[in-house]
Design a protein. Structure first.
Length: 258
């Protein structure tokens, strides 16, 4: 049975006090995402972050760039924590941020346009492709001409690539969390054909990391009878290596508004 909106809201509100790990238990993956997204940011941009959680990424962005960020999330406790954290450090930031409670389905209520929009594993919280597509159309309307949408989300094909290797070494398959609906890449290809946005790049930036963390590190941990640690030396090493292959479930789709 499909999980209700209230269940998902309660889940994310309960994670608000986890600091850097509020959005994911995998801190290395979170760092990879933030590092990669910032490669597309330039000072002077007006930016929208969708699904900002407790503001970890937004805070990193305005620390490093003179930009104006509107960051929205549907979890009230996440936004409360983000505002509290921001108020402590805002005077030392290069840019500025505003945090607002908002569901992704309400994006069309924003009366502004942006040079850049980004998200990190947010749209996969929607239950169906039709819901996801509807939000993608709303995002397209919020971009300025030549604006960029950095869509950091998970694909079922990327997960299948990892599970193929896990099976070969006797590991159980990884399944998506209960609250997620991973994208099928054919869906995004079909959306690109509709010309709301132009797909200019698909960045498999997590490929090396997922292979080493979910296959190599997990295998080594199994052989010693331990649970694999997100902070293991293997995972830390993977952070600094370039992406090879197509093994990562988390990808970065780069869309532009032409």
């Amino acid at each position: 049975m499909e999980n209700s909106f209230e269940e998902k809201l309660s889940f994310w509100n309960s994670r608000a006090n986890l600091g850097f790990l509020a959005g994911s238990n995998d801190g290395v993956l979170k760092s990879l995402e933030m590092t990669e997204i910032q490669k597309y940011i330039k000072s002077g941009m007006r930016i929208l972050e969708i699904g900002c959680g407790n503001g970890v990424t937004a805070m990193e962005v305005i620390k490093n760039f003179n930009v104006d960020v509107l960051a929205v999330d549907f979890a009230e406790q996440m936004i409360a924590d983000a505002e509290n954290n921001y108020n402590k450090v805002k005077d030392s930031m290069a840019g500025k941020a505003q945090f607002k409670v908002m569901r992704v389905e309400e994006l069309d209520s924003i009366k502004d346009q942006f040079d850049m929009i980004y998200c990190e594993r947010v749209l996969i919280n929607l239950a169906t492709w039709n819901e996801q597509k509807d939000v993608l159309i709303k995002i397209a309307a919020l971009l300025k001409e030549n604006g960029i949408f950095c869509m950091c989300e998970n694909s079922i094909e990327g997960l299948a690539g990892i599970n193929e290797f896990r099976e070969k070494v006797g590991l159980d398959a990884i399944t998506p969390p209960w609250h997620n609906r991973y994208f099928q890449e054919a869906e995004l290809d079909s959306f690109a054909e509709e010309k709301y946005l132009t797909l200019t790049e698909k960045n498999n930036f997590t490929s090396t990391y997922y292979f080493l963390s979910r296959v190599v590190n997990a295998t080594l941990a199994k052989r010693t009878g331990e649970e694999p640690s997100y902070d293991s030396p293997v995972n830390q090493l993977a952070f600094s290596l370039p992406p090879i292959g197509n093994f990562g479930q988390t990808k970065l789709w780069i869309w532009t508004k032409k």
